[in-house]
Design a protein around this ligand. Sequence first.
Ligand code: G4P
Length: 536
Amino acid sequence: MSFSQEISRRRTFAIISHPDAGKTTLTEKLLLYGGALQLAGAVRAKKNQRNTTSDWMDIEKERGISISSTVLQFEYNGFCVNLLDTPGHRDFSEDTYRVLTAVDSVVMVIDAGKGIEERTRKLFEICRLRGIPIFTFMNKMDRPSIHPLELLDDLENSLGISVFPVTWPLGDGPDFKGVFDRIENKLHLYSNQGKGSARAAEQVTGADDPRIGKLLHPDYHKEWLEQIELLSMAGEQFSPEKLQCGDLTPVFFGSAINNFGVQLLLDFFVKHGMPPVSRNSNQGPIAPEDERFSGFIFKIQANMDPNHRDSLSFLRVCSGVFEKDMSVPNPRGGNKPLRLSYPQRLFGQDRETVEKAYPGDIVGLVSHGNFRIGDTLTQIPGLQFNEIPRFPPEVFATLHNAAPSKFKQFRDGLEQMVNEGVIQMFHMHNTQQRTVLLGAVGQLQFEVVKHRLETEYAAEVRLEPSPFTQIRWLPQGTDPDAFKGAYMGSNIRMAIDLDNNPVLLFPDQWSVDYFAEKNPDYKLLKYSPLQQGEAL
Ligand code: G4P
């Protein structure tokens, strides 16, 4: 197969959802279509373990599973599909957001009985900022659901994205009878397959099939026919261009657990999902077809065994062909090139050595602290991707070194974890002590830092919760003291991030809004000025 064929058959995506909407179930079913039956079992096992997890110690034991399920690769109808896991439950962290920088499209799963929930909204916002194409799956139609028109309304009005329902449901809950494919003009009748893992047998029929009248109450049948007509007359038309820039989402209805509607989603996804596209860099867009290899590190997973400091760094290939044992300039500088040995492809519990990988693929590199999140590995001189923004932390905690004699351990361990992207660090402005303030996207990250500092670095630390939940950056180059004239509520604090940029910390959104109202001349940014660039 030619290089360009290998690129165009790749589909690299992630599933985003609120916990319990059905991400794990949908993943399992997609893997079934890809013939990866064993993997499907591993995905469920992982989810079950996560749910019973009580603290970080247990999570650490499970890291093996979490590493191996980071990327699931399967073949489907000639396409090579890479499905990236978005850590989602207790282990929701910045990693979840970072995964979205390494994919080319996203499937958003919504529980049709609940509508859009908070976690989905957050993840959606990141996808929107990055202009990633989004496919929507309205799940659990076998249960009583919100009216489909209301669900679409919610997507349009509260998320601000145009919708195109590719399928349209026939009833819901006990009256769920199937979905109508509006593009193919075919009705797929629902037959409850039980919770088995076999592929659902779908009976296909036309919208005018007389059997439909028998399945539905006459009033509902009439209403349903009207809805279909209304959608085709007044609804949005399907536009691949709008999908590709993230302005329109195709919507599917179904029931993942019953494996219904999943294949329609998958078929449409491989057809319209994005193959790898150009990535922005300091040298302009880099096309996947560029024969010189390039990629970036989007996730680093520390070793399960604290006695070994090696870790697995995940590389997204952006252009050219990755080959085992190839050498690239060391992204951390120095004259010695870096040999990319031990590349791994993770497949369920097994790891296999990667000989070659193409744009869109993810490769796990065993490393010994050589990489940082966001590092570019490439044969193109001076190239730097700008793909990994730091995401604004949503929780904060103060970290104290409880044993002054172990300051070195404390400092080294913290530096390593900041480099790995486990945590963000700030120093309070204008205070006597250099208080270390940690910022994270999920609470668990604090536990991780404490546990690893104590076990891997033999430091002694104390964590104190901090009341802040909102962070805003000041425009680059702002002198922090210029803010002296600004109204600062008693609960607003100024701190300095690791790039030496001043930030303001607020206890809640209300105080951010109040600050903006009182200080119309002071501009605040939601993302770090260094990170705003191309990526967000
Ligand atoms: P998540 O990864 O997004 O957190 O969700 P997951 O797939 O684990 O699904 C959450 C719960 O919803 C599971 O039930 C799952 O079986 C159920 N579910 C998923 N899809 C459907 C669907 O289409 N219809 C119905 N009725 N239920 C669905 P659970 O009781 O938590 O787990 P389990 O005992 O079934 O494994």
